[in-house]
Design a protein around this ligand. Structure first.
Ligand SMILES: [Zn+2]
Length: 285
């Protein structure tokens, strides 16, 4: 079962980041070509693998500039965005990031999500938001600057908190319209001028109407849809009656370990926080 400890151990120390404008080394490379939000993989009999080849692999396919993003186990990793209309070799398959999680090791999946965010950044930062002039790369990082010097931007990382609240025996879970039978944890975006702790208490107040104590940071996870960083906390219920204060959720209530609803997907931080809580408190009824 995936858990907090497994994401904490899943730091990608076999991947070394590279920044512009390092030249791409000669020879074999690993390709991360995206068509929209979907990564191209080579389909084998049983599985799907990252495309390997040299720098000429995409020569006959219409695509945008190549980003040299890093080295994985010593091999250069290149990302590119393919033309949405480009026809592709028959043995390639386009796979969405959510499906990709189940198809490749975590270390490779993490590179793919990084690549997708850089591609997304390049596609959304072509023009200066002040004057509309072209933006050009900044040396030594992924930033881009207006050619007239108005503005420099960097790839967005959008912080969002997610919080598991428990009372020692039960866990508080929330439901949104459209989620079917699945329940999740209380979560929300950090607002300007807010600390993570303030954000947690505000979201808990808005979405559940209760007070918490023993707030503790647990773990974080990049969530590339398109560029969130999920920051996971755990806290203990302190006081108040569960009563959602806004319309975002249609149900919030307590579940004991033996009455849990359908959980979020195993790739999510919500799932890992819940399984970590179960390991700690699941037998204390
Ligand atoms: Zn400008």
């Amino acid at each position: 079962m995936a858990n907090i400890e497994s994401i904490a151990d899943n730091t990608n120390n076999e991947f070394e980041r590279v920044y512009p404008t390092q030249p791409i080394p000669e020879g074999q490379v690993l390709w991360f070509p995206f068509q929209g939000q979907r990564l191209m993989l080579k389909v084998g009999d049983q599985d799907a693998a990252i495309l390997q080849g040299d720098q000429t692999l995409l020569d006959n396919i219409k695509h945008e500039e190549i980003l040299y993003i890093g080295r994985y186990r010593g091999q250069p990793c290149l990302a590119s965005a393919l033309d949405p209309e480009a026809s592709l070799p028959g043995d390639w398959k386009a796979v969405g990031l959510r499906e990709l999680y189940n198809l490749m090791p975590g270390s490779e999946y993490n590179i793919a999500t990084y690549a997708s965010q850089l591609i997304n950044w390049y596609q959304t930062s072509r023009y200066c938001p002040v004057c509309g002039s072209p933006m050009v790369p900044v040396d030594g990082g992924w930033g881009r600057s207006c050619v007239k010097g108005h503005y420099t931007g960097y790839p967005a990382v959008v912080p969002a908190i997610i919080i598991l609240i428990h009372d020692g025996k039960r866990v508080l879970m929330a439901h949104k319209a459209g989620w079917g039978k699945r329940y999740g944890l209380i979560a929300g975006f950090v607002e300007p001028g807010e600390t993570l702790e303030e954000c947690v208490r505000r979201e808990v107040k808005e979405e559940a109407g209760i007070e918490i104590e023993d707030l503790e940071y647990r773990c974080s996870q990049p969530w590339p849809f398109p560029s969130q960083l999920m920051i996971g906390f755990m806290a203990r219920y302190k006081s108040g009656t569960v009563h959602p204060q806004d319309n975002e959720l249609d149900d919030v209530h307590w579940f004991s370990p033996d009455t849990l609803p359908e959980l979020p997907p195993p790739s999510s931080l919500a799932y890992m926080l819940i399984s970590s809580w179960l390991q700690q408190y699941g037998n204390q009824q």
